[in-house]
Write a protein that binds this ligand. Structure first.
Ligand SMILES: NC(=O)c1ccc[n+]([C@@H]2O[C@H](COP(=O)([O-])OP(=O)(O)OC[C@H]3O[C@@H](n4cnc5c(N)ncnc54)[C@H](OP(=O)(O)O)[C@@H]3O)[C@@H](O)[C@H]2O)c1
Length: 234
C-alpha cells in the first residue's frame, strides 16, 4: 500500500524493517533498555539491537515470556548480549525497583526505548489507582525516564556518545479527547468512546517527548555531551 511504502527524509518507510534501518551500524559498546520486550515491536527491537552488538536489557513484566524471547535471540545469535529484568510499567513500585536494581548493576545506559504499551478496553485501574492505559503507557515510562536520566547523562559524558530516549507513541495521539488529556477525569473511562483513553495516553507520550527534547536541548547547549531526545511514532 502506498502509505506504507512512501519514504521519508531518512530514506526509510513504514514498511522498512529494523534490520534494514540498522544495516551497517555497529552498536558494540552501547547498552539499551527496551521495555515491553516480551513480544511485538519490543522483542524485534531487542533482537535487532543484539544483532548489531548492543547489550540489551529487556524490561518485561512476564519473565517467562521474556526469557523465551531471550533464548530465541541467543539461539540465532550466540554472541548476543541480552539480559532480562522484571519491570511492570503499571506499578510505580515495580518501576522504582527496576531502576534501583539497574543502577546497582553499574551498567551504562546509552539508549532507553519506552515501548511497552497496552490497549485495553475494559475499565481497569493500576496498582496505584490510575487508569491502566494511562498508568502503563505514560506514567510508568515517565517515572522510569526520570529515574534513569542521571545514569544516561553520566554515560553520555563518560563515553562522549549522545544518548537516545525513544518514546513509542501512536498516530492515535491525534484523536484524543477534544480537550487533549483529561487530567481531572483521568480515571473516568469514556465507555463507548473507548479509543479516546488509549489515544490520550499516546498523546501524553508525544508531549513527554517534546518536553524532554525542549529541556534537554537547553542542557545540550551548556554541555556538549548531554543526551538529546527523539520520538518515534507509528
Ligand atoms: N503494532 C502497532 O500497529 C502499533 C501502532 C501504534 C502504536 N503502537 C505502540 O507500539 C508499542 C508496542 O506495541 P506492540 O504492537 O508491539 O504491542 P504488543 O505486541 O501488544 O506488545 C506490547 C508489549 O508491552 C508489554 N506490556 C504491556 N503492559 C505492560 C506492563 N504493565 N509492564 C511491562 N510491559 C508491558 C507486553 O508484555 P506482556 O507480554 O506482559 O503483555 C508486550 O511485551 C506500544 O506502545 C503501542 O502503543 C503499536
Amino acid at each position: 500500500m502506498w502509505l506504507f511504502s512512501k519514504k521519508g527524509p531518512s530514506g526509510f518507510s513504514s514498511s522498512s524493517t529494523a534490520e534494514e534501518v540498522t544495516q551497517g551500524i555497529d552498536g558494540t559498546g552501547l547498552t539499551a533498555i527496551v521495555t515491553g520486550a516480551s513480544g511485538g515491536i519490543g522483542a524485534e527491537t531487542s533482537r535487532v539491537f543484539a544483532l548489531r552488538g548492543v547489550h540489551v536489557i529487556m524490561g518485561v513484566r512476564n519473565m517467562v515470556a521474556g526469557v523465551k524471547v531471550k533464548e530465541a535471540i541467543v539461539k540465532d545469535n550466540p554472541a548476543a548480549k541480552v539480559d532480562v529484568m522484571e519491570l511492570d510499567l503499571g506499578s510505580m513500585a515495580s518501576v522504582k525497583k527496576f531502576a534501583s536494581e539497574y543502577k546497582s548493576t553499574g551498567l551504562a545506559l546509552n539508549i532507553l526505548i519506552n515501548n511497552a504499551g497496552v490497549l485495553d478496553s475494559p475499565s481497569k485501574l493500576s496498582q496505584d489507582n490510575i487508569e491502566l492505559m494511562f498508568a502503563t503507557n505514560h506514567i510508568g515510562h515517565f517515572l522510569l525516564t526520570n529515574l534513569l536520566l542521571d545514569t544516561m547523562k553520566e554515560t553520555a559524558q563518560r563515553s562522549n556518545v549522545e544518548g537516545r530516549i525513544i518514546i513509542v507513541s501512536s498516530l492515535g495521539h491525534r484523536y484524543s479527547y477534544p480537550e487533549g488529556i483529561r487530567f481531572d477525569k483521568i480515571n473516568e473511562r469514556s465507555g463507548s468512546c473507548g479509543p479516546f483513553d488509549y489515544n490520550q495516553s499516546k498523546l501524553a507520550n508525544v508531549l513527554h517527548a517534546n518536553e524532554l527534547a525542549r529541556r534537554l536541548k537547553v542542557l545540550r547547549k551548556i554541555s556538549t555531551n548531554i543526551s538529546w531526545y527523539y520520538i518515534l511514532y507509528f
